[in-house]
Design a protein around this ligand. Structure first.
Ligand SMILES: Cc1cc2nc3c(=O)[nH]c(=O)nc-3n(C[C@H](O)[C@H](O)[C@H](O)COP(=O)(O)OP(=O)(O)OC[C@H]3O[C@@H](n4cnc5c(N)ncnc54)[C@H](O)[C@@H]3O)c2cc1C
Length: 296
């Protein structure tokens, strides 16, 4: 389903993010996870794209498999750093030909040691360039872009950053998903700043339930700009076993979701790390078995 129809139909959208596994075991586990999460009736699910296109084929094949074998709306992520126009054109065309109606467009990050990507490939510098390219060649493709409530480290000037964000929307993005955020105050303030900029697309809050200390440290590496509030860190330090860390993470994320829903968030995007348990427990804690019940 096209993302604009999803927003027309759902007062609040709920989406789950997965990454493409590299082994058969991981692949089978992911399909079990998708089976477990499907009854929650997400509005869409998305599949990440490895840094610098490293999972180009894996992402593509997984997206088409989910699209062909389930009735879920699946949205591929696509990055543009180091990418060539002809590669991007053929990939997006293939998605469009196979009935994929939306793409989540991000810049990606340069491999370690390179400052802004492969200097030999300069077809796209920022995500906005990819948004413009897709809009020009595939005008019907729905597009999402990333937003950073706590700021993106590459642009310390927070006013300019909002101008760059507005450029992505004006170039044709239909919605925005935020970097994971552990303090809703940051999300609400960001939403107000978007409003001041005249950004009027749905803004989806990125939520990541912490399930272990290891996963928190891993995410703090990947999650550019995200702050781990002292209150959350204290709660995690109080507990010993990882099983209990997951309890803290689920409780924290559930409280965030409740407050976001009470404040008319357009949507919630769960970073699942290919696991179903934490997301299912959040729904259970909210007393519901599917997304439609949550969106009242
Ligand atoms: C929901 C979500 C999903 C993600 N999925 C993936 C994924 O699948 N694969 C992956 O590799 N990464 C992913 N990322 C990470 C993302 O690629 C990085 O955070 C990247 O550093 C920024 O991407 P962007 O699209 O925001 O880039 P951009 O919008 O290009 O911004 C990057 C930086 O450049 C600045 N900037 C933008 N335009 C200009 C301009 N005209 N002049 C000067 N500066 C400018 C911005 O302020 C920002 O600091 C995801 C992030 C989020 C929030």
């Amino acid at each position: 389903m096209h993302i604009t129809s999803i927003f027309d139909e759902h007062k609040t959208s709920f989406s789950f993010e997965f990454f493409p596994p590299k082994t058969e075991k991981g692949y089978n586990k992911l399909f079990r996870t998708i089976r477990d999460l499907k009854p929650l009736q997400p509005s869409s699910i998305s599949v990440t794209y490895g840094a610098g296109g490293s999972t180009r084929k894996l992402t593509h094949d997984l997206v088409l498999k989910i699209h062909q074998e389930t009735d879920l709306t699946v949205i591929p992520h696509l990055t543009c750093i180091n990418a060539k126009k002809d590669e991007i054109y053929s990939l997006v065309k293939d998605y469009a030909d196979n009935g994929i109606e939306n793409i989540f467009v991000i810049r990606g990050d340069a491999p370690q040691g390179q400052e802004d990507g492969d200097h030999a490939v300069k077809d796209f510098r920022y995500a906005v360039d990819l948004v413009r390219f897709i809009k020009k060649h595939f005008p019907r493709m729905g597009m999402g872009v990333a937003g950073f409530p706590e700021g993106h480290p590459d642009t310390p000037n927070r006013l300019k950053e909002m101008e760059y964000l507005k450029e992505k929307i004006d170039a044709g993005a239909d919605y925005m998903i935020t970097q994971m955020c552990f303090d809703n105050r940051d999300f609400f303030d960001f939403r107000e700043r978007c409003e001041l900029m005249g950004i009027d697309v749905p803004i989806i809050a990125g939520i990541m339930p912490i399930t272990s200390r290891k996963n928190m440290y891993r995410m703090s590496d990947l999650a550019a700009g995200s702050r781990f509030p002292a209150k959350l860190q204290r709660a995690i330090h109080r507990v010993d076993e990882d099983e209990r860390v997951e309890n803290v993470g689920v409780h924290w994320a559930t409280s965030q979701v409740l407050e976001l829903l009470d404040n008319e968030v357009n949507g919630i995007h769960f970073y699942t790390l290919n696991k179903s348990m934490a997301t299912r427990r959040i729904y259970e804690a909210l007393g519901t078995t599917n997304s439609r019940q949550l969106a009242i």
